[in-house]
Design a protein around this ligand. Structure first.
Ligand code: PMP
Length: 454
């Protein structure tokens, strides 16, 4: 006989954060969609050099690659990350003190909120936002304070671009208070694809400095930037290194979202507290996917001579990828350059499909997402009198079930009271094989024809 528990089992911190849009929409896509442009992952493989590196690491003679390594990041990986990003940030990074490896950018974010946010602290989040920021702030006891990107009319005859979505400086400034502990920046931004320019970042930086606020800078799409736009790292602006945690991930960098290798960069004064959260929760990330080790090396050893003259050893995966990229940076066969070029083509392809069908896409400057206005198709979706479900959510569910095409409603990226503000938009992911984009185009054009038929 099982004793029935009558007490409330869940901790109070879970109140209001138990619903997760991805669980619902990922399941819906898996059940009904023939073409999935919903969840953000490439349906093409990571580059060969990365896959081969992983195979060498797990299949090679160094069985220690199957064991624990240094908790805060395998030394060869933190070493190359420090070298690579030190150049970009214009400062020397200490691999052991300024870099920490995490289970994807997700865990990096979680560590930040746990490490810095106290009961009663406020955290400024720019809407629309990657949805996990809000529950993570709340679980840490903090209060999210939202400030929207507001769309401006595009120039005459021009399509709307993600650059047309801007912060109102006075509104942003009004969100800072004595309780503000941190601001979360996500550039390039998921879901809009907005790449914040230097002037916009300067404004954010000035306010962070004025109010002595931390900046949690989620830059997972840092290499996916189009049309010659520049990705500016806020930590490189004057006065910002000391108050910024920069976050990125191999998932987007090397088209390997399933690997869940992420990292944080920052000053030791901040990073030491991420270490505390990490060592008391996850403690350690998978070795093989991080390693850049040499045959016979012990986990924890920093290999000598990695680079063009390194012996052909099972250096692996992410560290190998960055080492290769460091050597190919200015060359046409740089993976980061090639990936951005390819994705730009896929972006343009999907824009043409959506426009031909009658939707109105917002041209993204970065990421592998684009947001489109679907108002022209609104009448296809049955009314739902009395329902408080945003229109875009009903639209996507209807589209997945009736057209087999999956996307994500934009309202998923807004806080509760703002979910209806821009609910005529949905987000599509274009990091997909040509065949997938063709299939999406077929669905869209057929749908258009059916609507035109008498
Ligand atoms: N931040 C943003 C803005 C993202 O879009 C994602 C993934 N969709 C993440 C963080 C999480 O990255 P990872 O898969 O490396 O945990």
């Amino acid at each position: 006989l099982q004793a029935k528990m009558s007490r409330l089992v869940q901790a109070r911190r879970l109140e209001g954060v138990d619903q997760n849009i991805w669980v619902e929409f990922v399941k819906l896509a898996a059940t009904h969609a023939t073409v999935n442009l919903g969840q953000g992952f490439p349906d093409f493989p990571p580059p060969d050099f990365l896959r081969e590196a992983l195979v060498r690491a797990v299949g090679g003679g160094n069985h220690l690659l199957h064991q624990y390594t240094r908790a805060f990041g395998h030394p060869p990986l933190v070493k190359i990350l420090a070298e690579f990003f030190g150049k970009l940030l214009g400062r020397e990074l200490d691999p052991l003190n300024n870099v920490m490896v995490t289970v994807g950018a997700y865990q990096a974010l979680f560590c930040c909120f746990q490490a810095f946010v106290d009961e009663g602290d406020e955290v400024i989040i720019i809407e629309p936002f990657f949805d996990c920021y809000e529950p993570m702030v709340k679980m840490a006891g903090g209060t999210p304070v939202f400030v929207p990107l507001r769309p401006k009319a595009p120039g005459a005859g021009k399509p709307m671009s993600s650059a047309d979505w801007q912060l109102d400086p006075a509104e942003l400034s009004s969100k800072f208070s004595k309780r503000t502990k941190a601001l979360v920046l996500n550039s390039p931004n998921n879901p809009l694809g907005k790449v914040f320019d230097r002037g916009e970042l300067q404004l954010i930086a000035e306010l962070c400095i004025k109010h002595d606020v931390l900046c949690i800078s989620d830059e997972v799409y840092e290499w996916l930037v189009f049309d010659g736009k520049e990705h500016v790292r806020i930590a490189s602006l004057p006065g910002m290194w000391e108050r910024t945690i920069s976050i990125s991930s191999a998932g987007k960098t090397f088209s390997a979202t399933g690997w869940k290798v992420g990292w944080t960069l920052g000053p030791w004064r901040l990073l030491q507290h991420l270490h505390t959260v990490h060592q008391n929760s996850v403690y350690h990330c998978a070795t093989a996917a991080q390693v850049g080790s040499q045959r016979g090396a012990r986990p924890g050893d920093v290999p000598k001579g990695a680079g063009p003259h390194a012996p052909p050893c099972p250096q692996e995966a992410v560290a190998v990828g960055f080492r290769r990229e460091l050597e190919h940076r200015e060359r046409a066969d740089s993976y980061f350059t090639q990936l951005a070029r390819e994705l730009q083509g896929k972006r343009d392809r999907l824009i043409r499909s959506l426009e031909a069908a009658g939707m109105t896409p917002i041209v993204p400057e970065g990421t592998f997402f684009l947001v489109a206005d679907v108002s022209a198709f609104a009448s296809d979706v049955p009314e739902a009198p009395g329902s408080d479900e945003p229109f875009d959510s009903r639209f996507v569910k209807w589209m997945v079930k009736n057209k087999g095409l999956a996307a994500i409603p934009l309202s998923a990226f807004y806080s509760g009271p703002h979910k209806n503000d821009y609910s005529r938009f949905v987000r599509f992911c274009f990091a997909k094989e040509e065949a997938t984009l063709d299939a999406a185009n077929d669905i869209l054009q057929k749908w258009k024809q059916e609507r035109a038929a008498p």
